[in-house]
Write a protein that binds this ligand. Structure first.
Ligand SMILES: [Ca+2]
Length: 256
């Protein structure tokens, strides 16, 4: 599989990174919001992209603040920076893909603090991970091969033609919702999109744009791309990227 070029058509943030469904109910999803106020610390949280479980014992380097180790809840706490802006975050953990991310501090708080990281991945596999905020409750990932298959919560597994599956469908906010494809056909065309199932009947909904949805693409055994949803539009369907003849093409459009 070749990843030759990403063509950006918009001002959406794209972070180039180096080196790197079932419905769960065990996560303590809401506690970190309150912790920040009590301790004057910011909290980053790391989750396994395949099952949504916290990642403990990860080594996390945060720009300006040094090295931290994630606790049993996958949390890393660090002081509030003096200035707003982006911080580089380097993640390493046994059996996971070493990845570099950027997190944004706005008004002394993290714009988004949940990062789902892929377990190590075969070089030929492609894994697409969707994280978002508390609402909408149910976003759905769709991966469509033109004139081929359509993987989503409705049809979760393809056994031939590149074989792939929806590893995890999240229906109660935050994600991760994850799709893994085992072989990409360089002659074929694919599209990845996110649908706001919760607000599907409301064509004027801006809930998806406000969801802070983030899509991470892992391939060639590393983190290839991070896509952020555009925040100022309406629509219940976010086309994130197309994959055409081995090339990623950012589409980044919201529609109904
Ligand atoms: Ca879902």
């Amino acid at each position: 599989m070749k990843y030759l070029l990403l063509i950006a058509f918009s001002l959406c943030f794209i972070y180039f990174a180096n080196a790197q469904g079932s419905h769960d109910n065990f996560k303590n999803k809401f506690d970190d919001v309150f912790e920040e106020d009590e301790n004057e610390n910011l909290t980053l949280r790391f989750f396994n992209a395949l099952n949504g479980e916290a990642i403990p014992d990860a080594i996390v380097q945060i720009e300006k603040f040094g090295e931290f180790k994630s606790d049993e809840e996958g949390k890393v706490r660090f002081p509030i920076p003096d200035e707003d802006g982006f911080l580089q975050v380097h993640f390493e953990c046994e059996k996971f893909i070493t990845s570099d991310f950027k997190v944004e501090v706005i008004a002394g708080t993290l714009f988004f603090n949940r990062i789902s990281v892929s377990p190590e991945l075969d070089l030929k596999h492609l894994r697409i991970v969707l994280d978002w905020d508390a609402t909408p409750k149910d976003l759905d990932a769709h991966f469509v091969k033109s004139n081929g298959y359509h993987i989503s919560y409705r049809h979760t597994r393809v056994l031939t033609d590149g074989s792939g599956e929806l590893d995890r469908d999240d229906m109660d906010g935050y994600g991760p919702e994850t799709i893994t494809i085992r072989n990409i056909d360089d002659l074929a065309e694919y599209e990845y999109l996110v649908h706001d199932y919760t607000n599907k009947a409301n064509t004027s909904s801006a809930a998806l744009a406000r969801s802070k949805a983030t899509v991470k693409v892992y391939g060639e055994g590393r983190l290839l791309y991070v896509f952020q949803i555009p925040q100022s539009r309406k629509g219940t369907e976010w086309s994130v990227f197309k994959l055409s003849q081995g090339q990623f093409i950012e589409t980044n459009t919201l529609s109904n």
